[in-house]
Design a protein around this ligand. Structure first.
Ligand code: NDP
Length: 309
């Protein structure tokens, strides 16, 4: 019997247990609590494996993470024989598409500016605010970035993309690697960050990158705070090089109460809520990957230790 252990807040196990009981009665579903290891465990579901647990599970073959990013883990601590699966599921994708659509439309239609005007009871109409040619550059064309590209395109935006390796998306100019940035950045009136955080992308969005965007461009970060050099972003906001930032993720979370982002008139802050997985659809996605893995397949959600995501 294949055995799966849910090692996360036990109070959140309910929907997972239901999905497994209903759809996989052949799989034994257990919930971990301190001091009650299940040594027969084949697969773990967790955000971060509890300290020492992996070494006490001799049969462990795979870990299903409750997050899309793996930057909170020390990858070298995960044995190579244990496959690590990122969270990739329709609920997470939909949430991200909604958030980015909100940010893009808010910028495109000047809504963040009108919100500021409302605070000072100012009736100032900008009939030209909705420029017909807002060009959007999406950095990161993975599960989330590619869905964002498709959705924005369907709304009529001109979209381009950038990733580590060359991605082909019909009708979308795509660029890759550091050498691709020179062509990609000048065409992005709104830059959206959806890259994985790795040693290569830490501090990626810095003064020199921001300077290559069109003057007054907007920046949306829904990846990880450490992808951005926050001081460089503040300087670009101060100089007007960046006109608006929509930020969901920060180098330090919670964002410290005295951080300048909180009160900056051109920064819209949300508390890392762009997208969360939905337990029911996430459990179904885990089950699908689990079945494929048991059948010997290598689902796309498996993390590549060498590339770090
Ligand atoms: P994927 O692993 O599917 O995609 C990651 C993308 O980042 C790929 O396109 C990859 O390029 C690109 N990338 C990685 N390294 C580099 C590099 N050095 N240079 C250029 N591009 C690079 O991840 P997802 O799409 O599922 O998620 C993306 C990120 O979104 C997650 O890592 C997480 O940090 C964040 N996230 C944030 C949430 C929030 O609520 N704010 C919620 C969920 C996720 P390539 O295509 O060539 O492999």
């Amino acid at each position: 019997v294949t055995s799966i252990l849910f090692a996360h807040d036990p109070k959140s196990a309910g929907p997972w247990r239901s999905v497994f009981q209903e759809n996989a009665p052949d799989i034994s579903f257990n919930v971990w609590e301190e001091g009650t290891d299940c040594p027969e465990t084949d697969y773990l579901i967790t955000w971060k494996p509890p300290a020492g647990l992996i070494s006490r599970l001799p049969r462990l073959r795979g870990i299903f993470l409750l997050s899309a990013g793996v930057d909170h883990l020390a990858l070298p601590d995960i044995p190579r024989g244990v496959d690590l699966f990122r969270m990739s599921e329709p609920g997470l994708v939909n949430g991200m598409v909604e958030y980015v659509t909100f940010a893009v439309l808010g910028i495109h239609r000047g809504m963040f500016r009108y919100a500021r005007q409302q605070a000072s009871h100012s009736w100032k109409r900008d009939r030209d605010a909705a420029s017909p040619v807002t060009r959007i550059g999406v950095m990161g064309l993975g599960a989330l970035g590619s869905a964002v590209v498709a959705s924005l395109r369907s709304q009529g935006f001109a979209v381009s993309g950038w990733s580590r390796t060359k991605r082909e998306i019909a009708g979308v100019p795509t660029y890759c690697g550091r050498e691709g940035l020179g062509d990609f950045l000048p065409g992005a009136d709104i830059l959206i960050s959806l890259v994985a955080l790795t040693p290569q992308t830490r501090g990626l969005v810095d003064a020199s990158m921001l300077a290559q965007l069109p003057r007054g461009a907007a920046f949306v970060n829904v990846a990880r705070g450490d992808v951005v050099n926050e001081n460089d972003l503040l300087a670009a906001l101060a100089s007007g090089q960046i006109g608006q930032a929509v930020l969901d993720v920060f180098a330090t979370e919670p964002l410290p109460p005295d951080h300048p982002f909180w009160s900056h008139p051109n920064v819209f802050v949300t508390p890392h809520v762009a997208s969360v997985f939905q337990p029911e659809t996430a459990a179904m996605a885990v089950l699908e990957n689990l079945r494929a893995h048991l059948a010997g397949a290598r689902p796309a959600a498996i993390v590549d230790h060498d590339r770090g995501y």
